[in-house]
Design a protein around this ligand. Structure first.
Ligand SMILES: C[S@@+](CC[C@H](N)C(=O)[O-])C[C@H]1O[C@@H](n2cnc3c(N)ncnc32)[C@H](O)[C@@H]1O
Length: 282
């Protein structure tokens, strides 16, 4: 109890500090920090204050306000929520395997390549799960290939995604055959870790991309996963974003969004095609 009190009062965190930080966060990332996030912001940022040897939030604000863009990146990394897992929301991966892949390989196309974008990929479990499904699904169709663009705003999670190294418990929901096929088990000082095999990484390109700032990607994509990302954005930001998404998707492309997200009153350029799964119209 004494320890908790000490922690809570270690740095003075005023209403003005919180309002300023949430405004800056929202302007840059689209993330709306609700009042309920006050304690989370305090505890995540106090770590930065300690690391930087600062004595108050007003010093931290000055640092962010200045030209030190490196700290700005750290600030954004600290406010993002990166929860993810392999094959999270399994039904999207079933849809990809059972509907999207068989449909796409039957289409007359210029190129025998399926193009996927994982937007807000966090630590990489999502694009690696997509790659595992594509590897298996396309093995029945000689000459077919794929590529995956995996993007996130947070540079720290992207680094971890590109490394593809996880603690063993992150892979505990994967079945033994999948683990054996696509992961190496760490030995010696790496024991307790699993590492994605390079052959699963070869068609994935990790890149930093802020969805609410002007961006340009090379479409058209056949599949877009943007799950559990826009939940933190307001409606107007979501509307703009899904309009831009529609512009870079092929007609009929599959869009997968998070379990508590919807396109209702957000975009009329998609039709519902399953649980939190849409198809681009046109
Ligand atoms: C909760 S994770 C979701 C990960 C994965 N899509 C899933 O559903 O398992 C949300 C991710 O969105 C990213 N994010 C938040 N705002 C973003 C923005 N403006 N541009 C790009 N990525 C953003 C965060 O950094 C975080 O990694």
């Amino acid at each position: 109890m004494v320890q908790a009190l000490d922690r809570a009062t270690e740095f003075r965190f005023t209403e003005d500090d919180f309002q300023w930080l949430r405004l800056v966060a929202n302007k840059h990332s689209g993330i709306v920090l609700a009042d309920a996030k006050r304690n989370m912001i305090y505890s995540r940022l106090t770590k930065r204050l300690r690391q930087l040897n600062l004595s108050s939030f007003s010093e931290y604000r000055q640092l962010l306000d200045g030209s030190d863009s490196r700290e700005f990146g750290e600030f954004i990394n600290a406010i993002t929520t990166n929860l993810t897992s392999f094959f999270r929301e399994q039904h999207h991966f079933d849809h990809l395997a059972e509907q999207t892949i068989p449909e796409l390989v039957m289409q007359p196309r210029r190129e025998r390549r399926i193009r996927v974008w994982s937007a807000g990929c966090s630590t990489g479990e999502e694009p690696y799960s997509i790659a595992m499904v594509l590897e298996k699904g396309l093995s029945k169709y000689p000459g077919w290939s794929y590529d995956i663009l995996a993007t996130d705003l947070d540079t720290q999670v992207l680094q971890r995604a590109a490394a593809g190294i996880y603690t063993e418990d992150r892979g505990s929901n994967l079945d033994g055959a999948i683990l054996k096929r696509w992961f190496q088990r760490g030995q010696g000082c790496h024991s307790g870790r699993i590492r994605v095999k390079p052959e699963l990484q070869r068609y994935i390109r990790f890149q930093q991309l802020n969805l609410v700032q002007p961006w340009k990607v090379d479409g058209p994509f056949d599949v877009l996963f943007c799950r559990n990302v826009v939940i933190y954005f307001d409606k107007a930001t979501q509307q703009k974003l899904f309009d831009k998404f529609a512009d870079v998707l092929a007609p009929g492309a599959a869009l997968h969004i998070g379990h508590s997200e919807t396109l209702h009153q957000v975009s009329d350029r998609f039709r519902l095609a399953g649980k939190t799964t849409y198809r681009k119209l046109g």
